[in-house]
Ligand binder design. Structure first.
Ligand code: PA5
Ligand code: NI
Length: 189
């Protein structure tokens, strides 16, 4: 009987702080976890001598009603920069080449970077309310260029998979720096 199972699954997100309830899995990402993602390795090492800064957190909820179900993740990126480069997610491509994703910016401002890692690139300006569809085969990374928390939701297929290695090897075509207090996209050679 439907009344005996937890159906449908309903979650609550606090849009001000990005806290999801219920939430079975929280993954913190510290500077040491994305050390290689920032350009200025000397600055990274200097900061790590003092503190292992929390850059962002992922709150994950898998809807496991079938093998073809979805998952939801809420990411909270704290404001700040490392060697002038704004705080950002590691960035990844989906392991499966047929898996898209939908991102919804709940709070804050920044950019969504989309990169095929084979020559095509787009930077989508983000603010609260922006929804972006990420096509399969595009690496994606979110940058927090604001002075407050950036919160966004990602919805994707349980089987999509996350490939971080390819981003670590090839890198995104552009980095986002604070230049005179404003975000600037700097092309990488
Ligand atoms: O599935 C997604 O694309 C997101 O939920 C990300 O995993 C999340 O935003 C954190 O980014 P990354 O996985 O690149 O560390
Ligand atoms: Ni993804």
């Amino acid at each position: 009987m439907l009344t005996e199972i937890d159906f449908p699954i309903t979650l609550t997100l606090d849009p001000e702080n990005g806290i999801l309830d219920p939430c079975p899995q929280i993954t913190p990402r510290y500077l040491s976890d994305l050390k290689m993602m920032f350009k200025d390795q000397q600055v990274v090492d200097e900061i790590l001598k003092e503190e292992n800064r929390l850059i962002y957190e992922i709150r994950y909820y898998p809807f496991r009603t079938s093998k073809s179900d979805m998952a939801l993740a809420v990411t909270r990126i704290f404001p700040g920069s490392i060697g002038g480069e704004y705080h950002m997610t590691k960035g990844h491509k989906h392991e499966r080449d047929d898996q898209p994703e939908v991102y919804y910016c709940v709070k804050g401002e920044g950019f969504l970077l989309l990169d095929t890692l084979e020559g095509e690139f787009q930077a989508i300006p983000w603010r609260a309310g922006t929804i972006t569809h990420i096509p399969p085969m595009w690496a994606h990374r979110v940058i927090n260029t604001g002075t407050d928390l950036l919160v966004f939701i990602g919805v994707f297929h349980l089987s999509a998979g996350h490939d971080y290695e390819i981003v670590a090897q090839k890198g995104f075509s552009y980095r986002v720096y604070a230049v005179d207090g404003k975000p600037a996209l700097i092309r990488q050679t």
